[in-house]
Write a protein that binds this ligand. Structure first.
Ligand code: GZL
Length: 332
C-alpha cells in the first residue's frame, strides 16, 4: 500500500478513534442517580491540566457532580497549554454544547474564542480562575475561591506567628504560582497588603514556581543558594511547590517549620499530613470541590434562569495555632 494511502487510512482511523472516545467520555456521565437533573444538558469543560493534587481533586469533583446531576460532560484536559483550551472551546462550539465551563490557565488571551461562544449563543462559566478582558458579557459567572483573601489569611497568620515568636525582623521568600494566573496575582496581592503596615516584614524575592512540585524544588535551591540562613519564611502559593521545596530545605541543613516558617495554600491531604508533623506551619484552604455549583449553575443557564455573577466557597486556615490532629481527611 502506498505511503499516501497509508497516511490517509491512519488519519481516518485516528478521527474515528477520537469520535468513539468522545462519545464514550460523553456517554460515561449520563448514568447514575441525580438531583435537579437535566439529562439533556451537554456541558463542555476545559480543564487546565493535572499539575497538582488540587487540580486532580477538582477534576474528580467535576466528573462526580456531572454524574450526580445527570449532566452530559464533554471533558478535555489541556495539559497546561492555553492553546489547547482555546481549541477545546472551539470544539465545544462546533458541537453546539448547551454550556461551556473552563478554568483559564492565565487571565489574558480569551477575547476571540469567548466572542465566538457568545456569537454562538453558548453561555460560559468560569471555574476556579478568572479572565481579564475589556469586553462585556463574555462570561456569565465565576465559581471559585477568593484568592485575594487566601493571601490575606496567609499574611495575617504570619503576623500572629511573628508576634508569638517575638521576631523583630522577618525575611520572606515567595514562590508564586503560574505567572499571570488569577491565584498567583491575587494571592501575592492579598499577602502583600496584609503585611504592608508591619515594618518587621521584608519580601527578599518572589520567584515563579508555576504551581509545580519540580519547579518548587528548583526555586527553593536557588533561594537557599542566594539567601541561605537569612530566610525566615517561605510563602508558597500551593502545596505542590511547598512539598517540592521541603526536601531542599532539609538538604541545606534547616528544619522546615522550625528554622524556617512555611506557609502554603490548597489544603490537600499530603500537605495537611506534613502540617501535622510540624514541617509546615500554616496551610490556607482552597477547596477544589466546585462541581456542585458548576452543575447547578449550568442547569439554571440552560433553563434561562438568572445566576450569581460570583460564587466564592467558604474557606478556612489550618495551622500550628490549633490541634492539627483533629483536622478531618481532606478527600484530595
Ligand atoms: C487554585 C488553583 C490552583 C491551585 C494549584 O484555585 O487554580 O491551581 O492552588 C493549582 O494547586 O495548580
Amino acid at each position: 500500500m502506498g505511503t499516501v494511502k497509508k497516511g490517509l487510512l491512519k488519519r481516518i482511523l485516528c478521527t474515528a478513534l477520537g469520535l468513539i472516545m468522545s462519545f464514550m467520555m460523553f456517554a460515561g456521565c449520563t448514568k447514575g442517580s441525580n438531583q435537579e437533573s437535566d439529562s439533556s444538558l451537554i456541558l463542555g469543560f476545559s480543564q487546565i491540566g493535572s499539575e497538582s493534587a488540587w487540580r486532580i481533586g477538582n477534576t474528580k469533583d467535576i466528573e462526580d457532580q456531572a454524574q450526580n446531576y445527570g449532566v452530559n460532560l464533554m471533558f478535555e484536559n489541556a495539559n497546561q497549554k492555553q492553546e489547547n483550551q482555546i481549541a477545546a472551546i472551539r470544539r465545544f462550539i462546533a458541537y453546539k454544547v448547551d454550556v461551556i465551563a473552563f478554568s483559564p490557565i492565565v487571565e489574558e488571551g480569551w477575547d476571540n474564542v469567548l466572542t465566538e461562544a457568545k456569537d454562538a449563543g453558548i453561555p460560559v462559566i468560569l471555574v476556579d480562575r478568572d479572565i481579564s478582558t475589556q469586553k462585556e458579557g463574555l462570561t456569565t459567572c465565576l465559581i471559585g475561591a477568593d484568592f485575594y483573601n487566601e493571601g490575606v489569611m496567609a499574611g495575617e497568620y504570619l503576623i500572629r506567628k511573628a508576634d508569638s515568636l517575638g521576631l523583630e525582623h522577618v525575611n520572606i521568600v515567595e514562590i508564586t504560582g503560574t505567572e499571570n494566573s488569577t491565584p498567583m496575582r491575587q494571592r501575592q496581592a492579598g499577602f502583600a497588603d496584609a503585611i504592608a503596615n508591619d515594618s518587621r516584614m521584608t519580601v527578599l524575592e518572589s520567584i515563579d514556581g508555576d504551581f509545580l512540585k519540580s519547579r518548587g524544588a528548583e526555586c527553593m535551591r536557588y533561594l537557599l543558594d542566594t539567601y541561605g540562613d537569612s530566610i525566615d519564611v517561605i510563602y508558597s502559593h500551593n502545596d505542590e511547590m511547598t512539598l517540592g521545596a521541603l526536601p531542599e530545605i532539609e538538604k541545606a541543613g534547616f528544619a522546615p517549620g522550625k528554622d524556617i516558617i512555611i506557609i502554603s495554600i490548597d489544603g490537600g491531604q499530603e500537605a495537611i499530613d506534613v502540617l501535622k508533623e510540624g514541617r509546615i506551619n500554616c496551610v490556607v484552604e482552597c477547596t477544589p470541590k466546585l462541581g456542585k455549583e458548576v452543575m447547578e449553575t449550568a442547569i439554571k443557564l440552560k433553563a434561562g434562569e438568572e445566576v450569581n455573577e460570583v460564587i466564592h466557597p467558604v474557606e478556612q486556615v489550618f495551622s500550628d495555632e490549633q490541634d492539627t490532629s483533629k483536622i478531618p481527611d481532606r478527600g484530595y
